[in-house]
Write a protein that binds this ligand. Structure first.
Ligand code: OGA
Ligand code: NI
Length: 372
């Protein structure tokens, strides 16, 4: 067995994981206990912290992320065509964009951020029964979004996940501390999802209802994230580099910041804009669009300020859609523009990710036809 060397010397990885998990208190539990030095489990190897030699882990370069204004988009006409074109370009060249005037009331967004904070800041005993890494559980609380692979570093964040399969989750299963707000927020996400499905379909040159009929975004996994203040932020990450395994992610972040995307091989900050949402293309959307849309790697740095709160709404297929194979949409492939990816079942894709762990590189090459 390889011995982990993460710059902090050798240590018993399995023992640290076990001890941490047994507290069922998450990263917040460490902060509450007053840690001033990161447990070794949380120290990331240097090459994972600084993927670009000129850039410190916490200093991103400045970029101008596209901002798309949805005002008037439902009225059709010229404005809608403009928005569709903006989405086409942003989806292709950036994979990440801001949305403003999306129709979700500011008070609903703020109430959701407050509710997520309330959940995480309850006494630990209240959260303990939900502590689980079992991805079959519709509602679960943990750190690292599932079990770590051997010797993998842990990250400085806690997550409450609520999965709405086919838009549905029994309200009784949602923790009382945030039940009303989660229900309201998901309703808004579903509405926005419908708009996004139409606009993305049109941006791909398909009928407006194409993606909606496919039901590829008809389930939501809400990740209610809590990034506690970190005593040694330069040694760890809030969320390590990854691309989303979704079709689309709709992200709300509070005003602390810390989200970065890999743009032109450099980490670039995505500063918060109050009331705006961020949409990002997931790997599955890149596949079905046959690379017309791009899924972009991103991460969240750990910080001395906080806690930082964000809510990621991962849009995933309905049960019915998941039972059918996915591959590039047939209207988007031709002799001149052949399909890049083979067909596969959602389950296979999901299993592939589960075996790869937190720090996986993109799964896309695994599904390339040329690799067959
Ligand atoms: C994610 C993610 C970003 C954030 O959960 O996949 O990228 O700002 N979150 O919390
Ligand atoms: Ni993400």
């Amino acid at each position: 067995m390889a011995v982990p060397t993460n710059g902090n010397g050798h240590y018993d990885w399995a023992k640290e994981v076990k001890e941490f998990d047994e507290t069922k208190a998450g990263v917040k539990g460490l902060v509450d206990a007053g840690v001033t030095k990161l447990p070794r489990l949380f120290v990331h190897p240097r090459d994972k912290l600084e993927s670009h030699p000129q850039i410190k882990s916490t200093d991103g370069v400045k970029i101008e992320l596209p901002t798309i204004d949805f005002e008037g988009v439902k009225d059709g006409g010229a404005r809608r065509r403009e928005v569709v074109e903006e989405i086409r370009i942003a989806g292709q060249e950036w994979g990440f964009f801001r949305i403003v005037n999306h129709g979700i009331p500011l008070h609903t967004m703020d109430a959701m951020l407050d509710a997520v904070r309330r959940f995480h800041e309850q006494p630990t005993e209240e959260k303990m029964p939900l502590y689980s890494a079992d991805s079959r559980k519709k509602v679960r609380f943990n750190s690292n979004n599932g079990p770590l692979r051997e010797n993998e570093s842990a990250s400085w964040s806690d997550i409450l996940t609520c999965v709405f399969q086919d838009d549905h989750l029994d309200p009784e299963d949602i923790p009382l501390a945030c039940r009303r707000e989660v229900q309201e927020y998901v309703k808004c996400m579903i509405e926005l999802r419908e708009t996004m499905a139409e606009l993305l379909s049109e941006a791909l040159g398909l009928n407006s209802d194409y993606l909606s009929r496919m039901e590829c975004m008809k389930s939501e996994a809400l990740a209610c994230l809590y990034y506690p203040t970190c005593p040694e932020p330069e040694k760890t990450l809030g969320t390590p580099k990854h691309s989303d395994t979704t079709f689309l992610t709709l992200l709300m972040q509070d005003d602390i910041g810390g989200l970065q995307i890999l743009h032109d091989d450099k980490w670039a900050d995505v500063p918060p804009v109050h009331g705006a949402l961020i949409a990002n293309i997931g790997d599955l959307m890149q596949i079905i669009s046959n690379d017309k849309f791009t899924s972009v790697e991103h991460r969240v740095v750990a910080q001395a300020v906080g806690p930082r709160i964000s809510v990621a709404c991962f849009l995933m297929p309905s049960q019915r859609a998941a039972a059918k194979p996915f591959g590039p949409i047939k209207e988007l492939v031709s002799d001149e523009n052949p399909g890049i990816y083979r067909e596969f079942m959602f389950r296979e894709y999901y299993e592939y990710y589960k075996t790869k762990g937190q720090h996986v590189n993109s799964a896309l090459p695994h599904f390339w036809i040329s690799k067959e």
